[in-house]
Design a binder for this molecule. Structure first.
Ligand SMILES: CC(C)(COP(=O)(O)OP(=O)(O)OC[C@H]1O[C@@H](n2cnc3c(N)ncnc32)[C@H](O)[C@@H]1OP(=O)(O)O)[C@@H](O)C(=O)NCCC(=O)NCCS
Length: 236
């Protein structure tokens, strides 16, 4: 089964997830719009606790866009949505039968939100930072085999491969929702798209989101359509 991957398109007002499809939304984080009114008290408190203003703003924009996106699938007002948090922090919609599953990620100027139904999903985006001491991070977080893939790469390709592996691992771990405690963390391939996790059931796909931004989407079963949306649905 091959995958149909759409370009980034203008989203419909009422997006629909067909069988074996996944949706991915990208949105800029540097907007000036007042969005706090969409968040609940718990989220506002979290934003207030973030001392660095850019981090607080990223959190507010990310949560507001997440609410606007999910609300469009559900036909509800964004501010009425409630979230539960898993044991390791993965948010999910609360109190709704057959609700979409989702995952959020942000880095630098871009936010990403993946939405699926009936399967688990994880997403990660990273800004390809040329100053990052990636070898130190690889030594800390990558298995011996994953580090050997990096060593085998040419000097030109090594940094980019690091970000590819990092987003693949992070998206997969975020999909599973178990965080750093997850005992099964080793990727089985550095490059190939498709089903490349050790338990064999997760589907990973990596792609650029914008210049110098790399992302991976991880879905807990094979899907045949990935629709990519720019922005978020305009309100009625
Ligand atoms: C918690 C964690 C997912 C945050 O990652 P991050 O890179 O700082 O942030 P991202 O932008 O990718 O994702 C943040 C969002 O993920 C979601 N999230 C939080 N905890 C999560 C979890 N355990 N699983 C899945 N998603 C989670 C939240 O929506 C959060 O955004 P919000 O707080 O604004 O709502 C991360 O620290 C983690 O546990 N990663 C997996 C462990 C690991 O081994 N990583 C390194 C290997 S490459």
């Amino acid at each position: 089964m091959s995958l149909l991957l759409t370009p980034w398109q203008i989203p419909p007002k009422h997006p629909e997830l067909t069988e074996r499809s996944a949706h991915l939304w990208r949105f800029p984080l540097d907007c000036q719009e007042p969005l706090e009114g969409l968040l609940d008290e718990q989220e506002l408190q979290r934003a207030r606790r973030l001392r660095i203003p850019e981090k607080a703003r990223t959190f507010v924009v990310g949560r507001a866009r997440l609410r606007q996106i999910l609300a469009a699938y559900l036909g509800l007002a964004p501010e009425t949505l409630r979230f539960d948090t898993g044991a390791f922090g993965k948010p999910a919609l609360a109190g709704l039968a057959d609700a979409p599953t989702f995952n959020l990620a942000h880095s630098g100027q871009w936010g990403l939100c993946a939405v699926t139904r009936g399967v688990e999903v994880g997403v990660d985006i990273e800004q390809v930072n040329r100053q990052l001491d990636y070898e130190k991070l690889a030594a800390q977080f990558f298995s011996a085999r994953e580090q050997s893939w990096l060593q085998d790469a040419s000097d030109l390709r090594r940094r980019r491969l690091f970000f590819r592996l990092w987003t693949r691992k992070e998206a997969w771990l975020k999909g599973k929702g178990g965080g750093f405690s997850d005992p099964d963390q080793e990727l089985v391939s550095a490059h190939l798209e498709g089903c490349y996790t050790s338990n064999g059931s997760w589907w990973l796909r990596s792609f650029p989101v914008a210049r110098y931004y790399l992302a991976t989407l991880a879905v807990s079963q094979q899907y045949t359509l990935l629709q990519r949306w720019n922005g978020w649905p305009a309100p009625e």
